[in-house]
Design a protein around this ligand. Structure first.
Ligand code: ARG
Length: 401
């Protein structure tokens, strides 16, 4: 029987050419797998037809946008997942969901190998292949750009020679990856890290310099998950989309960073994640009133480690699962409403209310109604400083000798 290979297919030039390229190089039949993670653009049906037109023997298409929002974006929100404090893990969290569908398709169509369009320099090859190794340990991996010398120029020549139903003339100087959680743009002009991003780079956000009138929004959460916007019930996917629209119109969520790739390269990336950044901001402020101090401090560390694992392609790892058990436990009381103003590139929280809040007005107030016994503070401070005071006494004693 002819060998079969499932290919992660985007519908773009490189993966369209990869279908025939892999076929010629290996003699295998190629099955294209297209997964909708809310990236917008062409319909799955259009993409399926193109895959078949480019020589795929079968096309597997899946609308995974709700799955992606529920099982990938929401855990990221609960963790306040920001790699290096900036990047909301847009591409990093989309790879594992695509991997799930690749493995499913491989089983369905009896494939032995999984192919993807990544280069050998980035994080995504690692995320795909570590994921495949974990979910389908018997499956092999191949990356035509990395392993079969499929360069851009060769791709264009191949498409023209074979008359593939794909545009080869459209010149996009950037490498772009996008889904409902955000958008990542790199390469070209941006590789000089002194160059500021030009306007044409952005798509999810309007320029924050000339914003429309401020937009006030109330986001309601239950156990760390957004459940309503301005009182209207929403699914996680709807919440992200609605905030992409409203926060995007105000230019919220533009990020320009040089980040540390897993492979040891520092690279410049422009992100726009209006919905994700508005949600993370709101969620963090709700945690501020509902999560106990020590839990909250420790959770910040856990969230950072979680983000590193996810960035580094360890989505299916045991440590990530264990950290999630902790994070999940902290979310039990993260319920309530956050009011925020979206304006001029900022999402600023200005009101919060929760039935499970730890904010105690009578403890906090400097006005009448104060129930805090200030006389207790003196003794507390004495003991709190004791250990350092004893040590400093020792330092003085030793220095004096
Ligand atoms: N640097 C980001 C990451 O590794 C995004 C990579 C996405 N690719 C792109 N073509 N911009 O998660």
């Amino acid at each position: 029987m002819t060998e079969r290979i499932v290919l992660a297919y985007s519908g773009g030039l490189d993966t369209s050419v990869a279908i025939g390229w892999i076929g010629e190089a290996t003699g295998a039949e190629v099955i294209a797998v297209a997964v909708d993670v809310g990236q917008g653009g062409e319909s799955l049906e259009t993409i399926r037809q193109r895959a078949l037109g480019c020589g795929a023997v079968e096309a597997y298409v899946a609308d995974a946008s709700d799955e992606f929002a529920n099982e990938y974006c929401m855990p990221t929100l609960k963790a306040n997942g920001l790699y290096q404090g900036h990047y909301p893990l847009v591409s990093a969290i989309s790879r594992p969901v695509i991997v799930k569908h690749l493995v499913k398709a491989a089983r369905e169509f009896g494939a032995t190998t999984v192919a993807h369009g990544c280069t050998g320099k980035g994080n995504d090859q690692v995320r795909f292949e570590v994921g495949i190794q974990t979910l389908g340990p018997d499956l092999k991996c191949i990356a035509p750009v990395r392993d079969l010398a499929l360069t851009r120029d060769k791709a264009i020549a191949f498409a023209e020679e074979k008359g593939l139903p794909i545009e080869t003339t459209k010149k996009n100087p950037y490498s772009i990856d996008q889904n409902v959680w955000g958008r990542a743009v790199e390469t070209g002009y941006l590789e000089d890290i002194w160059n500021g991003p030009t306007k044409d780079i952005y798509d999810y956000t309007a320029t924050p310099e000339f914003p429309p009138a401020p937009d006030e929004v109330i986001i309601s959460f239950e156990a760390g998950i957004p459940v309503a916007i301005d009182g209207v019930k929403v699914t996680p996917l709807q919440a992200i989309k609605e905030l992409n629209r409203r926060a995007g119109a105000q230019g919220v969520g533009r990020i320009d960073v040089v980040e540390d790739r897993l492979v040891g390269i520092k690279s410049r990336e422009i992100y726009e994640a209006p919905g994700a950044m508005a949600l993370i901001t709101a969620h963090k402020h709700l945690e501020d009133i509902t999560v106990e101090r020590e839990q909250a401090r420790f959770k910040a560390t856990v969230g950072q480690r979680w983000s590193e694992l996810v960035y580094d392609g360890q989505w299916f790892s045991p440590l990530k699962r264990s950290l999630e058990a902790f994070i999940e436990d902290t979310q039990k009381y993260v319920s309530g409403d956050i009011r925020m103003t979206l304006h001029g590139g900022q999402a600023v929280v200005n009101g919060r209310r929760s039935d499970t809040s730890l904010y105690d007005f009578n403890l906090a107030t400097y006005d009448t109604g104060d129930t805090f016994d200030q006389s207790q503070a003196k003794g507390f401070i004495e003991l709190w400083g004791m250990s350092a005071k004893v040590a400093s006494g020792r330092d003085i004693r030793v220095a004096g000798k």
